[in-house]
Every structure is written in structure tokens, then in C-alpha cells.
Design a protein around this ligand. Structure first.
Ligand SMILES: Cc1cc2nc3c(=O)[nH]c(=O)nc-3n(C[C@H](O)[C@H](O)[C@H](O)COP(=O)(O)O)c2cc1C
Ligand SMILES: O=C(O)C(=O)c1ccccc1
Length: 350
């Protein structure tokens, strides 16, 4: 059966994946209140369309840090793509390149960043997601690997001073990768022991961001920031972009839905604001743009596509969202993503 929505890809992925892998992808922290809230919050937002603005076609393109992309939908960083498909992040990179959008490769990828870049080719706009490590030399080596691979931005995840409590993973005893899979970016670095060598740093602070700012010329995006006061501080520390996110509900449970944090952050700063968490439809993208986001990221949908049909599945997911976004723009009376304004959304009580 050909899936006609992101949700249908989830059903296919569920059928194909071993239980522990499906649960790792679907799951979140504690009671998964925020996992559900991310999607529910989009449902509470409703669109107020404009009519009779007669446009022959829509322009979905946008730019980020000087790079043109064909639509404001990015691939958010997710770990362990080879759990979903043997070609792993190489398949994802080829799909992202074909779709013409940004792949944010996870530091916890099961293919080394250099090989991801090679698979994507010259067309791929590749960014690298980084967990700052306790050993500065390890962080520096990771940054160097990302720079050497041609990555055009560093996405520093700041919502994980400790790892969230993932109950499904505990029940499934999923604490390490199956034989043959490895956190390839960590290979050969001090203390390398695969998954366990990725450390969370409880003392993470703005000083770490300052130090990173001094070690690289790449634009730095902070991922997992939700509070407008932190957004203002980020700009003071030379940060180039923000990815408003609660890590898909995998870190702090009962955190507000990501989409509900976007407007205040976007109002507080002049740098590009991105968001991820719960984006499943083109109408969700329109809502995020209306609330001030420059683009959105998708996490689980990429893995569902990959598990269902490999590279083609990821491309299908991206093209489904592109089609939905195009229709949603037409139906709200917008000829381009720039025409999506805040008056097009209303919040209702469910
Ligand atoms: C299986 C899985 C693995 C993830 N791995 C990472 C990671 O390595 N680094 C990171 O910053 N975020 C990671 N995330 C969070 C995503 O980047 C993103 O914030 C989240 O998935 C967005 O929500 P969505 O899945 O509802 O689209 C992961 C999410 C999932 C579902
Ligand atoms: O699962 C995650 O959400 C995640 O961010 C992660 C972090 C370290 C290793 C693997 C995944």
C-alpha cells in the first residue's frame, strides 16, 4: 500500500521495525505528556484563510545562512538511522539532497559525518548536531570532523544536561546498539565506547557556548531552547539561529508544546527561529510560519519513512509534506512562505 500521509508511514514503520526500535523512536520521557502535547497543540491552532487573492502558483523556497532550500522543512537530528534501514544516514542524506533541504545530522549517527556528506553530494546542505562533551579535546575533534565534511552550521543541543527518563527503553532493555552498529562520529576519540561515549554535561553553561564561538567560524544554532529570556541571551553570545524544541518530548516531560513556545521566542530576537516537535502536516508548517518560525524540522517522520521504504520512503515523506504545504498555502491565500502572517491562525479550546 502506498502511504498518503506521514501518519500512514508511521503505521508501515511500526509493522516493519522490531519492537525496541519502534519504541525508541516513538517514545519520550516519563508519561510522554509532551510527546502528545506537541501534536495536540497544532490541532488547537486553527487557520483563518484569506480568499480571492488569485495566484497562479506558490513559491515554497527560503534561505538559511545564505543557502537556498526548496521548502521550509528541515530534517531534525535523530540518532541511529541504521536501526531503521541498513543504509542509514546515507539513505537519508540522498533523500534530503533530492528534496533540496537541510539535513541536520545527529552526532549519534551510525554513519560517519564524512560519509553522510559524500552520500548527499554537493547539493546537500548539511549541518551537524553537537552535544558539547566534558573533554574539550573531544568537542574540538567533533567540530573538526564536521567542518572537514563541509557542514555549514553547528546545531548545539542545549536541552539535555542529563538524559530524559525513557521508560520504554528501560522496559525493552535498549541501552546499547545491536552488534555492527556504532556511533561512528565518536570512533577513535578519547574515551570512545560507542553510544556510552556520548556524554551529557550537567554543568553546561553559556561559557561553553562562548568557547565554541571562539573555536569555529560556522554559524551556531541552539537547539532545545524554549524561553524568550534565553533567546535574548543567545543573541548576546553570538548565536546565529535558534531551534525551538523540547526534543520531541524526550527530555523534560510536561514541557510546553514546542509550537506554543515559538511566538514569544520569535518576538524576542532578530535571528532565524526554527522549531520542531509534532509537525505532521503541511498545515502545521503554515501554523509555525504564521507564529514567526522561519522553518520547521521533522524528527520521527524521517525515521518512519526510512523504516518503511529506505531512501525512497524519506523522500516520499518530504514530498508528501511539500505537497501538503503547497495546498495549504493555496487554501490560505498565500503565494509564498513570506506571505504567511500571524492573522492566519487562531487558538481554540479543544
Ligand atoms: C529517535 C530519535 C532520536 C533523536 N536523536 C536526537 C539526537 O541525537 N540529537 C538531538 O539533538 N535530538 C534528537 N532527537 C530530537 C529531534 O531532533 C527532534 O527534536 C524531535 O524528534 C522533533 O519532534 P518530532 O519527532 O515530533 O518531529 C531525536 C528524536 C528521536 C525521535
Ligand atoms: O534519543 C535521543 O533523543 C537522543 O538525543 C540521543 C542522545 C544520545 C545518544 C542517542 C540518542
Amino acid at each position: 500500500m502506498m502511504p498518503f500521509s506521514v501518519r500512514e508511514f508511521e503505521a508501515l514503520a511500526r509493522d516493519r521495525l522490531p519492537r525496541y526500535a519502534y519504541d525508541f523512536i516513538a517514545g519520550g520521557a516519563d508519561d510522554e505528556v509532551t510527546v502528545r502535547a506537541n501534536e495536540q497543540a497544532f490541532a488547537r491552532l486553527r487557520l483563518l484563510p484569506r480568499v480571492l487573492r488569485g495566484q497562479p502558483g506558490r513559491d515554497l523556497g527560503t534561505t538559511l545562512f545564505g543557502a537556498g532550500i526548496t521548502m521550509p522543512v528541515l530534517l531534525s537530528p535523530t540518532a541511529f538511522h541504521r536501526l531503521a534501514d541498513p543504509a542509514g544516514e546515507q539513505a537519508t542524506a540522498r533523500a534530503a539532497a533530492k528534496a533540496g533541504t537541510v539535513l541536520i545530522a545527529s552526532m549519534a549517527s551510525t554513519v560517519p559525518i564524512g560519509d553522510i556528506a559524500t552520500a548527499g553530494g554537493a547539493d546537500l546542505v548539511l549541518w551537524f548536531q553537537l552535544y558539547i562533551q566534558p573533554d574539550q579535546a573531544v568537542t574540538d575533534a567533533l567540530v573538526k570532523r564536521a567542518e572537514d565534511a563541509g557542514c555549514r552550521a553547528l546545531v548545539v543541543t542545549v536541552d539535555s544536561p542529563v538524559l530524559g527518563w525513557r521508560q520504554r527503553d528501560h522496559h525493552n532493555e535498549f541501552h546499547d546498539l545491536p552488534a555492527g552498529l556504532y556511533c561512528e562520529n565518536m570512533r577513535g576519540l578519547a574515551g570512545d565506547s560507542g553510544v556510552r561515549s556520548i556524554a551529557m554535561v550537567p554543568e553546561l553553561s553559556w561559557e561553553h557556548i562562548d568557547r565554541l564561538r571562539q573555536t569555529t567560524e560556522l554559524p551556531i544554532v541552539l537547539k532545545g531552547l524554549m524561553h524568550p529570556a534565553d533567546a535574548v541571551t543567545a543573541v548576546e553570545h553570538g548565536v546565529s539561529g535558534l531551534l525551538v524544541s523540547n526534543h520531541g518530548g524526550r527530555q523534560l516531560d510536561t514541557a510546553v508544546a514546542a509550537i506554543d513556545a515559538v511566538a514569544d521566542v520569535a518576538a524576542a530576537v532578530d535571528i532565524p527561529v526554527l522549531m520542531d516537535g509534532g509537525v505532521r502536516r503541511g498545515t502545521d508548517v503554515v501554523k509555525a510560519l504564521a507564529l514567526g518560525a522561519h522553518a520547521v524540522g521533522i524528527g520521527r517522520p524521517v525515521l518512519w519513512g526510512l523504516a518503511a521504504r529506505g531512501e525512497e520512503g524519506v523522500l516520499d515523506v518530504l514530498e508528501l509534506l511539500r505537497g501538503e504545504l503547497d495546498r495549504a498555502l493555496a487554501l490560505t491565500g498565500c503565494a509564498s512562505v513570506r506571505q504567511v502572517t500571524s492573522d492566519l491562525v487562531r487558538e481554540v479550546r479543544c
